[in-house]
Design a binder for this molecule. Structure first.
Ligand SMILES: Cc1cc2nc3c(=O)[nH]c(=O)nc-3n(C[C@H](O)[C@H](O)[C@H](O)COP(=O)(O)OP(=O)(O)OC[C@H]3O[C@@H](n4cnc5c(N)ncnc54)[C@H](O)[C@@H]3O)c2cc1C
Length: 299
């Protein structure tokens, strides 16, 4: 599926949870020019706009999304440019639709490490910089330290490169979220020269750890809740409350990782939302902790 305005498009196949109703209007631009066209159409028709990358951090409502959904996974999903800054540091420029695992591989091809953590994050560059994706120790600094600039387009069609720091990246959040700005490209610093063997070993270690700890064979959206401000993973509380295996309809708290909700098949957004509320209530009552959703609830 690609290009042009379409109506009544099912969104479930475009999310990793495989859940959610249709987009009233849908556009999958392949260039910034086409994105501008889509935004202008929405403006002219006074439609709200929803932005989707690879749908790996969202729960789309069963009723679907009104207005226009713009999915950016085809926006420059291949292609990149390496340039040098005045101080000799190399910069890798990619478009928003590139997948994060592909970004990891591109950096490796240039002989640079530090991007291995992206290998198991199935989102786009646009989604990754918008929510400041990270993994493991120093999570909130992983993207923040590497992304130098982002190119954004406003709903009025104004495009500009801005320093990433301008958007105050913090743990799983930036000022880009809900700003109305659409990320169309990003520039990443290549600062850690590394041997192919070292990058390969680090990448393999990341993948092995994920396979060991995460339910990667079922549709999920990764971690459902953020860790606490004190840095305690949400899984600790959910596990302690004995919630692994708890289910609502086709949605079940993963027996493998307490902070992941699996779609066993046929789960609805209503099931997942009810399970999220149940987990929050039990953890609040038994642990006195307010868990905040990491996944974005759309619609
Ligand atoms: C198996 C699995 C493992 C995961 N592991 C991790 C992990 O280790 N670390 C981690 O941080 N996340 C993880 N995630 C969650 C997810 O992959 C990341 O949050 C990813 O960055 C989301 O990118 P996306 O393109 O899928 O964004 P989407 O889910 O499509 O969108 C997420 C949010 O960003 C907005 N958005 C998306 N693209 C743009 C854009 N171009 N411009 C403006 N706004 C935009 C959307 O409107 C939405 O609000 C995991 C998910 C899965 C399924």
């Amino acid at each position: 599926m690609s290009g042009g305005l379409q109506s009544n498009i099912p969104l479930a196949p475009l999310t990793t949870w495989k859940i959610g109703g249709p987009a009233s209007w849908f556009w999958m631009p392949e260039s910034e020019e086409e994105l501008l066209e889509a935004l202008a159409w929405a403006r002219k028709n006074a439609h709200p706009v929803h932005i989707l990358g690879r749908g790996s951090n969202v729960l789309v409502a069963d009723e679907g999304l009104p207005g226009l959904t713009v999915c950016l996974r085809n926006l420059g999903s291949s292609g990149h440019e390496v340039t040098s800054m005045a101080n000799g540091t190399a910069v890798l420029e990619v478009r928003a639709g590139l997948s994060l695992p592909r970004l990891s591989k591109l950096a490796a091809q240039q002989g640079f490490g530090g991007y291995e953590f992206y290998i198991g994050i199935p989102g786009t560059v646009g989604g990754g910089v918008t929510i400041n994706a990270g993994y493991g120790p120093g999570d909130e600094r992983q993207t923040a330290n590497r992304c130098r600039e982002v190119r954004t387009v406003s709903r009025d069609g104004e495009a500009a490169w801005k320093p990433y720091s301008h958007f105050h990246p913090r743990y799983r959040h930036t000022d880009l979220v809900d700003s109305g700005l659409v990320v169309t490209a990003a520039r990443f610093l290549l600062e850690e020269p590394s041997s192919r063997e070292a990058i390969r070993a680090e990448t393999a270690q990341h993948l092995a750890l994920r396979h060991e700890r995460q339910p990667l064979t079922r549709p999920t959206a990764g971690s459902v809740f953020k860790g606490t401000p004190e840095g305690v993973p949400a899984a600790v509380y959910i596990d302690r409350c004995g919630l692994k295996g708890t289910r609502v309809g086709g949605a079940v708290v993963s027996p493998k990782h307490a902070n992941w909700i699996e779609n066993e098949g046929g789960a609805t957004a209503g099931d997942v939302r009810a399970l999220i509320r149940h987990i929050q209530q039990v953890v609040r009552e038994r642990e006195g902790i307010e868990l905040e959703a990491e996944v974005r609830l759309l619609g």
